[in-house]
Design a protein around this ligand. Structure first.
Ligand code: FES
Length: 325
């Protein structure tokens, strides 16, 4: 199927900062259940990463130089990449809506956020669901199409998606798991629950109050290596435990206020690794964190980043040279 070229060129010309500005407009319009999930998806899949891969003349060398590990190609996991969003239950409909809009657009009017809102509005009306339930997943779909191209994007999506809880119910359940308003009273002796896949019942581990999340994860004795070679001990990959390798990054879907505020060091590391898409400097509890740098002070729901690496490698080399001198 040949889709309209002028809408493609409109999207191809947009860089990470254009998408970031659009997200600033859209996030307040997204239902709270998916506000951080949408930001996390965009941080996991920055255009910057795609460009590095596309512009590389020698992929093996590039992977080594950037210390890229895990699954960093969106086209290989397009449909599963959205699993942690509430809006994923509408993924096949959203994909179809984006596909059909891309085909009919001759000259997109307005900016990127306007384009995404127009798709959302039309789909919300046809599905009879609030626009806020679809805004995040629609933004993700447009970006996904931009990254994988129209052909891969249009491949069929046949996985059954359960549509059980409402977004308000999910938020209530998460709040209950966070300990409700008495949660702050459970301190020193407390053991908190860290869920790492909301869709699977047994996907959680326990953390002692104040323990760093990567350490708590490493105590989970189950085998995770068979699903991801980076997960040598526990469900969250890690290496250095000092914030210097970038292996352990996570998205915090719920409970980010149950972590210590982000330090200037951790913030700076997120920039060096290239994990800082859409994060603002003034934010004390962003949804992207390094699990070795966060202490668990309450229950959490997190999602593990599918890849890790050092995208800002020149800056990394400067830091390393300075520390060795
Ligand atoms: S384990 Fe290396 S940055 Fe966290």
């Amino acid at each position: 199927m040949v889709e309209n070229k002028s809408s493609d060129s409109f999207f191809v010309e947009l860089d990470d900062s254009s998408w970031s500005e659009a997200l600033d407009v859209l996030v307040p319009l997204i239902h709270p259940v998916d506000q951080d999930a949408t930001r996390i998806w965009f941080a996991f899949w920055p255009l910057h990463l795609l460009r590095i891969v596309q512009e590389s003349e020698n992929l093996d060398q590039m992977e080594q130089r950037l210390e890229l590990r895990g699954s960093f190609r969106l086209e290989e996991q397009l449909d599963s990449s959205v699993d942690f969003l509430f809006g994923s239950r509408y993924w096949s409909e959203v994909k179809e809506a984006v596909r059909s809009q891309a085909r009919s657009l001759t000259s997109p009017e307005g900016g990127l956020a306007d384009q995404i809102r127009a798709t959302t509005r039309a789909l919300a009306s046809s599905l009879q669901v609030p626009e806020s339930h679809l805004t995040g997943i629609t933004a993700v779909a447009w970006m996904a199409r931009r990254q994988v191209g129209p052909d891969v994007f249009s491949e069929s999506f046949a996985r059954p998606v359960p549509k059980r809880s409402s977004p308000d119910q999910i938020l209530k359940d998460r709040a209950k798991k966070r300990g409700g308003w008495l949660g702050f009273l459970r301190t020193v002796d407390a053991r908190h629950t860290v869920v790492f896949n909301e869709k699977e019942k047994r996907s959680f581990f326990k953390a002692i109050h104040g323990q760093d999340v990567s350490m708590a994860s490493a105590r989970d004795p189950r085998d995770f290596r068979s699903i991801d070679l980076r997960r040598t001990e526990g469900p969250i990959p890690f290496q250095c435990r000092t914030g210097t390798c970038g292996t352990c990054w996570i998205g915090v879907l719920s409970g980010k206020e149950n972590l210590n505020p982000i330090s200037e060091w951790e913030k700076d590391r997120l920039k060096v690794f290239g994990y800082d898409f859409g994060l603002s400097d003034g934010e004390t509890h962003p949804p992207i964190r390094l699990s070795c740098q966060v202490q668990c002070l309450g229950n959490l729901s997190v999602t593990v980043a599918p890849w890790n690496g050092i995208l800002n490698v020149q800056r990394f080399d400067v830091d390393r040279a300075a520390s060795e001198s």
